[in-house]
Design a protein. Structure first.
Length: 468
């Protein structure tokens, strides 16, 4: 497969070096990935700077057309892109299809937005207009769990608002992003979108690069702190979408058979490697046993395997580091709770872990307090919703959370007091391009998606004119 190329200044180019990308289901080679050198990063930034004045001043209609062209190009090659995504990321093919076509839909959504001038005051004394101007060169840095849809949180918004972009996928999942760069190359003027890949070693240079005005970053909290520090010198704009430890609070009166499949999907989609996955379930004591039993049945019924095989419902962990981390958390949890499904790896090859349910576990253990980012769910018994809310809010993370009950007044009351960016009621982890998304506390700074997300790629500009 391949060859894969970097996209710099409208040209497909080789990297200064290259490295293997492995299929996490087989540990075999998918393809070689070109890696950009620091000099190539500089070339990409210089190209993006050169492209900025023209791109930011074309009529917005031209940028809309480009986004629609990119959506068309992604869709036209959707089947191939999805297969490639499954091979490098591991997720089942139908999920990869959802990610690819979903990304195209995000490009279409952003093509409909605009940030019109606002007249703040028009009086005898003055006329004041606020306007949103593009920032310049924007870096989009993406992790390995959803390489394509998370790219589509950033790139169309950055481009529509008139910025030019340096896009960098994660080192273990760069290929689908590079292929998309190739597909859209001729839709955009040279330098407007540059796609580079690395060995997980260019992030600091991107963050601190004097030619880059904003860093839109999705990844771990630890790396997010480095981005913030790196951006401080130039007071660069940053958006940080970081880790989470989402709690689902299941109140008495919820029906275990209705709730359990939804909780299961909220926790185990993408083998649990979702920032807004349910990472701890707080379940009322009156239905605790029944919910645990249902979750175990669902976990045991999962078909875990190579995402390209028909009928597979869960793929492997994406990389060896994460695989070993999750196995370590499961081992630790065995001495603090009772494993009622899963609990071990599958086979000798590939990073497969059976979906694991741990009951009779409590706060204060690693599995409950840390972000597992894998297919293992702790289920904690609660006496009432207030107790669960206190525990949910005790986390240093604040990405998402959910409340499950047929009593909507009670749900709204608890939801309103959950210290997270998003709270769902009777569902979890639903995202849409028009719904703003962001985290509180260590889960991030700023917003993506929707008009709020779009405006983060701009600088507020106020024009205040004397009339009298
Ligand atoms: P990571 O932080 O290790 O890597 C993310 C990206 O940052 C990669 O492209 C990496 O190469 C790059 N990077 C590495 N060092 C850097 C540096 N010093 N400066 C700038 N960039 C650097 O994260 P990961 O392990 O790939 O992703 C998993 C994490 O991402 C989880 O914590 C998950 O919760 C989080 N995540 C958050 C969201 C969200 O929207 N909040 C979405 C998906 C994933």
């Amino acid at each position: 497969m391949g060859p894969f190329k970097l996209l710099i200044d409208g040209q497909l180019v080789d990297g200064a070096s290259s490295q293997k990308v492995l299929n996490p289901s087989t540990e075999d080679l998918v393809a070689m990935c070109p890696h950009a050198s620091h000099a190539q990063l500089d070339q990409a930034v210089a190209a993006a700077q050169r492209a900025f004045p023209a791109w930011s001043s074309v009529p917005v209609e031209d940028r809309r057309k480009a986004l629609l062209g990119m959506a068309d190009a992604i869709e036209a090659d959707g089947q191939n892109l999805a297969r490639l995504l499954t091979q490098e990321q591991g997720k089942p093919l139908q999920d990869a299809m959802g990610e690819i076509y979903g990304a195209a839909a995000f490009f279409r959504y952003f093509s409909t937005l605009s940030l019109p001038d606002k007249v703040i005051e028009d009086s005898e004394a003055r006329k004041v207009i606020s306007r949103r101007r593009p920032l310049g060169v924007v870096a989009a840095i993406v992790p390995w769990n959803f390489p394509v849809i998370l790219m589509a949180f950033k790139v169309p918004a950055a481009l529509l608002s008139g910025n030019t972009v340096i896009l960098k996928p994660a080192a273990t999942t760069p290929l689908t992003t590079l292929r998309i760069g190739e597909l859209v190359k001729d839709i955009l003027p040279p330098g407007v979108l540059n796609v580079i890949a690395d060995a997980n070693d260019l992030g600091a240079a991107i963050t601190a690069h004097p030619g880059i005005r904003k860093v839109s970053f999705t990844g771990s909290t630890e790396t997010g702190k480095k981005v913030m520090a790196g951006a401080a010198e130039a007071l660069k704009r940053i958006t940080l979408e970081l880790g989470g430890n989402d709690a689902a609070i299941v109140l008495d009166g919820a029906d275990p058979k209705t709730v359990a499949p939804k909780i299961y999907n909220g926790a185990f989609q993408n083998a649990g490697q979702v920032c807004i996955a349910i990472k701890r379930a707080y379940v009322h004591e009156s239905i605790y046993d029944a919910v645990c039993d249902e979750l175990a049945i669902l976990a045991n019924a999962a078909v875990v395997g190579d995402g390209l095989q028909q009928g597979v419902t869960m793929g492997p962990l994406q990389n060896k580091t994460q695989f070993e981390k999750v196995l370590g958390l499961i081992e630790d949890a065995k001495s603090h709770g009772k494993v009622i499904a899963g609990g071990a790896r599958i086979g000798e090859k590939g990073y497969f872990i059976r979906p694991t349910i741990v009951r009779d576990i409590d706060d204060g253990t690693r599995l409950v307090d840390e972000e597992q980012f894998g297919p293992v769910l702790p289920v904690i018994k609660i006496k009432d919703g207030e107790d669960a809310l206190r525990r949910a809010n005790a986390s240093e993370y604040g990405l998402g959370g959910s409340v499950w009950t047929s009593d909507l007044d009670r749900a709204l009351d608890l939801a309103g007091r959950m210290d997270t960016g998003t709270v769902w009621i009777n569902k979890h982890a639903e995202l849409a391009p028009n719904i703003p998304f962001g985290g509180s506390k260590l889960s991030g700074i700023g917003t993506e998606l929707g008009e709020e997300g779009l405006s983060e790629f701009t600088q507020l500009h106020v024009i205040n004119m004397a009339k009298a």
